[in-house]
Design a protein around this ligand. Structure first.
Ligand code: BV8
Ligand code: ZN
Length: 248
């Protein structure tokens, strides 16, 4: 990774932009100590079968195994703190009139960092709901059964995240697409860009005439189509960008 230089043209574009939309993935939380999903060495999905852990079928087949995998992930999330990449996005939101942060992350770190306009496309790992009656479940007695039982219908409690094969919240998608269509600049940060419909936002941004910027130490299927690529960690690039644009 050479010395990071940000083209003046991009600095100007960001400074003048009255509408910016950001899409983030697990890479933004990597520097907070939360493993990403598809890292070949220690990804959350490496050496496990995604079908078994992040689908309704997997939960139906072995609810205890899925619940415990999410409990393990919740422990990591509880220890995690926002990193300089998260904090730079808070500064960006404070500086840009129309700012929208669309995240695939379920760790809640953007909200903890201080961002306000957040769309959590895949839900939030710290929240629960009932697998059977779909009610949100804030409190439950863990009477030893794993997963715990729904206080409303006795069904099984599950994390309130979107699994593969499950629909995303319609309103979230509509809002995310609208923010993507109207923005002047679209940042895609820390995502392998393989999960849909989230990754489809990058294509929508391109077709809507936004300047598209990818921040990722690795290549993605969208890299060759975007306007700018920065092969740097989010925690390195974003603070540099904020400093270059707003001097903070
Ligand atoms: C849906 C659960 C309608 C929560 C997740 C065939 C073709 C195309 C699509 C499909 C298909 N078959 C099925 C589909 C649809 C499917 C899909 O997209 N599958 C793909 C994988 C082929 N999508 C769905 O099912 C969605 N629902 O479409 O409903 C429907 C209904 C019925 C039938 C069909 C369709 C639901 C999608 C949500 C799935 N749930 N997780 C949880 O447990 O977390 S998605 C999972 O992947 C994570 O939640 C995460 O959000 C998401 C994306 O991963 P990333 O965030 O990108 O993380 P990853 O590890 O992959 O990459 C990290 C990146 O960071 C890397 O590029 C790395 O280089 C970079 N990085 C590392 N360090 C840093 C860094 N970057 C910056 N800085 C660093 N320091
Ligand atoms: Zn229930």
């Amino acid at each position: 990774m050479g010395r990071l230089t940000i083209p003046d043209k991009l600095i100007e574009l960001v400074r003048e932009a009255d509408s910016i939309t950001v899409l983030t993935g697990a890479g933004v939380s990597a520097e907070s100590g939360i493993p990403t999903f598809r890292d070949p060495k220690n990804g959350l999905f490496t050496n496990v079968n995604i079908e078994d852990l992040a689908t309704p079928q997997g939960f139906r087949k072995d609810p205890k195994k899925v619940w415990e995998w999410y409990q393990m992930r919740r422990e990591k999330v509880k220890l995690a703190k926002p990193n300089p990449g998260h904090l730079a996005l808070v500064e960006m939101e404070n500086r840009v009139r129309d700012f929208t942060l669309i995240t695939q992350n379920v760790d809640g770190l953007h909200r903890i960092a201080g961002n306000k306009k957040i769309i959590e496309l895949h839900g939030n790992i710290m929240k629960n709901k009932c697998f059977d009656c779909n009610q949100a479940v804030e409190e439950y007695e863990s009477r030893g059964s794993i997963p715990p039982q729904c206080p409303y219908c006795g069904g099984l409690i599950r994390p309130a995240v979107v699994w593969f094969g499950e629909m995303l919240d319609e309103a979230d998608i509509a809002e995310a697409e609208s923010a993507t269509r109207r923005c002047k600049i679209f940042f895609s940060i820390g995502t392998s860009s393989v999960v849909y419909p989230a990754a489809g936002l990058i294509t929508i941004a391109r077709h809507s005439g936004a300047t598209v910027v990818e921040v990722n130490p690795n290549e993605t299927p969208h890299s060759r189509y975007v306007d700018y690529v920065f092969r740097y960690p989010a925690g390195v690039f974003l603070p540099e960008l904020v400093k270059a644009v707003w001097g903070t």
